[in-house]
Design a protein around this ligand. Sequence first.
Ligand SMILES: [Zn+2]
Ligand SMILES: [Zn+2]
Length: 328
Amino acid sequence: MRVAMYYSNQDVRLAEMPVPQIGPGEVLMRVEASGICGTDLLEWYRLHKAPLVLGHEVVGTIEALGPGATKLKKGDRVGIAWIYSSCGKCKFCLRGDENLCDQFQGTGLDANGGYAQYMTITEDFAYPIPEIFSDTQAAPLLCAGVIGYRALRLSGIKSGQILGLYGFGASAHIAIQVAKHRDCKVFVFTREGQTHHQNLAKKLGADWVGATGDTPPEKLDAAIDFTPVGEPVREALRILERGGRVVINAIRKINPIPELEYAKYVWHEKELKSVANVARQDAMDFLPLAAEIGITPEVQEFELGQANQALALLKQGKIQGAAVLKIP
Ligand SMILES: [Zn+2]
Ligand SMILES: [Zn+2]
């Protein structure tokens, strides 16, 4: 089968690999579409295990079932998210927080991902894709969408409350649609001068837009910080309502969170929480909800052989919506 593979310190290149063997409880999936996530650009991520087939927003059709796999059937259309597997036995797995499992394995990180014609996965980690989505539309929902949804869930925001979003990229632009569907008021904060992001936020229903550091007309009941920098965390805490929560949706921060003066930023039961990728239930809850709301991500399609070019365009900020590999 053809794959686009990343070799240490090189570009993503086409390669030939044998079709993977199906193990017990696994399914073999013919990949139809694989989203390109910003995470795929990160050096530390790529060097985690090279050579590597990237891709953790994968949509495909079940081609074959391994021994003991009984829940899915041949021909089913399923999606795969960032969580590839977990131990299934530890206290985190048992309570549905398998994203916190010590043995968490990432798709396209610890295991080969979706920049390929085929991939295998344990059937419990593949989720049905609602019919209304095309293969390429469904792909970005599986990372940006599901993670944005988890962040929203962890924020504890309720209908009618005020939610702040810091940074307005792939995840936030889906999260705002869910928040508006729940009748939340949404205030969006971007970097100074990011008018295209602010305009998109307004188009998607933002009740107020401004720059990080601005003070909106009302305090935030909860906030989600999608940025890779430290300052928005303190800014969100500054304008957070008493008893509110700030959720950080970032794998890494490139600079530290500034010092938090207790009385000003923490007092009055303010909470701070991070989001660590996703659990299966997030995908199972979010995909039907996205179909119900009618969230349709804007996508730009590429062929498998154009993976490197698509990654370069993403790095330069030249992709409209989400970049997705369409794999014949
Ligand atoms: Zn991702
Ligand atoms: Zn576990």
